[in-house]
Design a protein around this ligand. Structure first.
Ligand code: GUN
Length: 292
């Protein structure tokens, strides 16, 4: 039976480390802060945003959520961001995605100050990641890397197959893991909707990262024995429970756990680690800005 890579447990460990760093910053007179901007009332986004700000508060990071109505114009949102960018008491800023259709997400990512871009979505920060320069790195790719390293599965020299090329997960993760750097140096294959013979590629993975966005899309016959699997997916699937749904990942957990050396669960896998990396980026922002 596979080892379970518990993001929940690793997140708790890292948050203890971050709490100490936040405490040191506070003692030096800098209260680290995180501002989340939420446009509209998407129920899943509301849950994610609450989880982020609650976790921040537990660590001693001051947090606020700026809630804007669903009919907010792009200009109004950019004005809010301008005010936040110029407030010296604020460090991390993020705009929760998805945004209502009248707002161009690319323009928004360009409008978060480079020094406060704790999501790492600003195109300049994305470019720095590709160039191997120090920058804010998106939280989910950081979470995946930390889960592998802290469980003893260094990607160095391994064939990592990533299924999914999103701007939030697959693409930045591929940039990260191909770097000639500690905790990276992997051979990376990125699969996507244009990939032919997907299973032929996933079966070659030493480490498989599933970021497909479809429930249980990766089946047991698509992996080799001894694979290490990180499941990034969070999908709501209807069931007969009181809530009316359950959360499942992008891999068929039971089938794959029979063959895998290690696997991360959903829930309790990547989710809590992504939030933890956001807090790490926020502390990094506060440290840098307090030195300026
Ligand atoms: N929506 C889904 N994932 C994310 C994320 O990592 N950051 C932001 N801002 N929005 C998201």
């Amino acid at each position: 039976m596979a080892i379970i890579i518990s993001g929940k447990k690793l997140a708790a460990e890292i948050q203890e480390e971050l709490k100490i760093e936040a405490g040191i910053l506070r003692e030096s007179g800098c209260v680290p802060s995180l501002t989340v901007v939420l446009v509209g009332e998407d129920p899943a986004s509301q849950i994610y945003v609450r989880a982020k700000t609650n976790a921040a508060e537990r660590l001693g990071i001051r947090s606020q959520t700026i809630r804007l109505p669903v009919d907010t114009t792009e200009k109004e949102l950019l004005e809010v961001l301008d005010r936040l960018n110029n407030d010296p008491a604020l460090h991390g800023i993020l705009v929760q995605l998805p945004l209502p259709t009248q707002i161009d997400p690319l323009r928004v990512t360009y409008s978060v100050s480079l020094d406060k871009d704790v999501d790492g979505f600003h195109p300049v920060n994305r470019g720095k990641l590709v160039a191997g320069e120090k920058s804010f790195v998106p939280c989910t790719p950081l979470a995946v890397q930390q889960m592998l390293l802290r469980s003893g599965f260094d990607p160095d020299g391994q064939h990592v197959v990533i299924v999914g090329r999103s701007m939030i997960v697959g693409t930045p993760l591929a940039s990260m893991l191909t770097q000639k750097a500690p905790g990276a140096n992997a051979t990376v294959t990125v699969c996507h909707t244009g990939t032919r013979h997907l299973a032929d590629l996933t079966r070659q993975a030493d480490i498989l990262i599933a970021a497909v966005g479809r429930p249980e899309a990766i089946k047991g016959n698509m992996v080799k024995d001894g694979v290490v699997v990180i499941d990034v997916g969070v999908n709501r699937v209807e069931d007969t429970s009181e809530k009316g749904y359950k959360l499942v990942g992008d891999v068929a957990f039971d089938e794959i756990a029979e063959k895998a050396k290690a696997i991360s669960p959903v829930p309790g896998g990547v989710g809590p680690m992504t939030i933890t990396m956001l807090l790490k980026n926020t502390i990094f922002a506060a440290k840098n800005l307090s030195r300026q």
